[in-house]
Design a protein around this ligand. Structure first.
Ligand SMILES: [Zn+2]
Length: 355
């Protein structure tokens, strides 16, 4: 959404907007005719028709509009809302965009720029008083979009699609999409980018022979931080800054590693609990005797169990953030358990240890 009145693509408009907000729209830019970019035009048109809303402008290139007419609002798959409720007062109107020609739509200057996809597809450059933004739509590697962006003096943000991970490069290439590594190469076509490509993308996205710092000269910001005009698809201002924080993030984001860490933590917790239980149970008669005799045995043992349970609970082993990356409760609980075992039942001065 650009403000309340302009939508960019319609894959999730009616599922994402309340009815009242759907009625505020005056136009929708459609990058191309693939279903995930147009499907909610059907329910949007239906809702607006029933609510007697003014005509909605659907702006797209000629080929995309032809596909919408032929295959979507064709009177078969869905009604032709250019004729409903009447041709004079329709629910939708088409606005044909000539590539790279500025047109005012919903108070913004809009340009469609053709990109590389499996069908005709366009990116949009949207200019307003506060600056410009660009939206790539679906595309693989392309050139003209970057040439247009390089001519913009006030580009504030670029929204880029990345549909596949690097290990599915073949699928991405054949379907006209980006992976992080192809987008990293593309970003080099935009020398004004204030964020190094590898700041937002996996390290392996760097071009062969270049380290992660190789692209740093293009960045005036820290490699792990975003500037307000960051050109990136997924930059996060909460990236950890220390090596430990980045290592923790790497561990916590890889599913296989997370499973191994979780399994190891559980097994170690069971081992620690077994050691602790064995030690305390053996020392319990001595502890009970020093606290008043065997009459207090049940109270002392109950106190041990309660303390042990509380010490192992998530609240007691509360996560401690390190550089913004939370610790797992089990990983943090382990040193507490080991410490308790070390100074526990054989040290009477420590009393009944909970671990
Ligand atoms: Zn597509």
């Amino acid at each position: 959404m650009i403000g309340d009145t302009l939508a960019v693509d319609a894959g999730a408009l009616t599922s994402g907007l309340e009815i009242a907000d759907q009625m505020k729209l005056t136009a929708c830019l459609v990058s191309h005719a693939h279903m995930d970019h147009i499907r909610d035009l059907s329910t949007l048109a239906d809702n607006r028709c029933q609510m007697h809303a003014p005509p909605l402008t659907i702006a797209a290139t000629a080929e995309t509009i032809a596909l919408l007419k032929r295959h979507f609002f064709n009177g078969l798959l869905w009604p032709d809302f250019t004729q409903i409720p009447s041709p004079q007062h329709p629910t939708i109107r088409y606005l044909e965009l000539e590539p790279e020609k500025r047109v005012e739509i919903a108070g913004h200057q809009v340009r469609a720029v053709l990109v590389s996809h499996t069908i005709e597809a366009a990116a949009f450059v949207i200019e307003g008083p506060g600056g410009s933004i660009a939206y790539s739509g679906d595309t693989g590697p392309t050139d003209r979009l970057w040439e247009v962006l390089n001519e913009l003096p006030d580009l504030k943000a670029l929204l880029m699609e990345v549909s596949f991970p690097n290990d599915e490069q073949g699928l991405a290439t054949s379907s006209g999409h980006h992976t992080p590594q192809t987008l990293a190469r593309e970003l080099r076509k935009y020398p004004h980018a204030r964020v190094a490509a590898d700041a937002a993308l996996p390290h392996q996205a760097c071009l062969p022979g270049e380290s992660s710092s190789a692209s740093a000269p293009r960045s005036r910001a820290s490699p792990w931080k975003c500037s307000s005009s960051a050109i990136t698809s997924s930059c996060s201002s909460r990236r950890p800054t220390s090596p430990l924080g980045r290592a923790q993030e790497a561990v916590l984001t890889d599913p296989t590693t997370r499973r191994r860490v979780a399994t190891t933590a559980i097994v170690l917790s069971l081992v620690v609990a077994a050691f602790e239980g064995t030690g305390v149970t053996g020392a319990m008669p001595s502890i009970a005797a020093s606290l008043g005799g065997l009459a207090a045995y049940s109270w002392v043992f109950s106190a041990f169990l309660i303390a042990s349970t509380l010490a192992c609970s998530p609240a007691a082993s509360s996560p401690t953030p390190t550089d913004g990356v939370p610790c797992t409760p089990s990983a943090w609980a382990l040193p507490r358990g080991l410490g308790g075992l070390r100074r526990g039942p054989i040290d009477r001065s420590a009393g009944v240890s909970s671990g």
